[in-house]
Design a protein around this ligand. Sequence first.
Ligand code: G1P
Length: 297
Amino acid sequence: MSVDVAVVPVAGLGTRLLPLTRSVPKELLPLGSKPVLQHVIDELESAGIRHIVLVTGAGESSIRQHFGIDSNLERQLLAKGKADQLTQLQSLADGIQIDYVRQSRQLGLGHAIWCARDIIGDRPFTIALGDAMFGLNNSTLCQRLQRVFINTSADAVIAFHEVPKDRVSRYGVAKVGATNIDGEGSFEVADLIEKPATADAPSQYAIAARYVCHSQIFNLLGNTKEGVGGEIQLTDALRTLILAGGKVVGVPLQQNEKRFDVGNFDSYFSAFVEVACADPIHGNALKQQLQAILDKD
Ligand code: G1P
């Protein structure tokens, strides 16, 4: 068995980033020289994913434009002798089939995933949230999740990062069962709570934007009632799976897999600066400029 298809929800309204996201979907905000969504697609591609379902909302046309072919632009780059840029452009999602599904109503992450059910069918699939990337050097997180999914015969595998206690209420949080079940640090997820109050959080392990699931999750999502925020939560469907005896495995992030996300201005600004500073061409100049700004203060 292999996992070669992924669902990437990109339908959020980005309300925490207004006015920036008034006409630009948050998944197209740049982290360094690429939109965050391009980093996510690159990560999936290097994990062997060949078919991606983007679940879109109001920002669908600009996302389609980013991954679509623009013959006019290609002709112009060719005419101006900009072969490097042309190659770069043509290699965006090259060899990957991208399908688009519209989430017509904003009913939550669980509902967004459920919208992809007809295209995914009965295949196991990866879920990658389109507003977060991991590490600065081609993360292997999705690859590891897929490996653990197969090696542990799990029904679902979820990435987790440890967060400070005062931040647990922003995430889905795990109750940790048996630890190190595969000799690689993976743990059994005994329960899950979406956005718990600090006092109710069963641990500081927060769901980190990447999952691998069997297609059975679609049935569970179809029967999941509105949860936190009045939305249909993926976490609640995974909880039902656990309570019904399903095997759900947690994979912690590695030291070098810092999470960069564009969820709010604080995380977006710092993510942009850190990713841009690591840019092989422009990074050093930026670092010097930042240093000069800091020295003036
Ligand atoms: C979603 C999930 C949550 C997870 C978070 C980050 O929340 O519902 O469980 O921890 O993504 O991956 P959101 O950020 O959409 O509110």
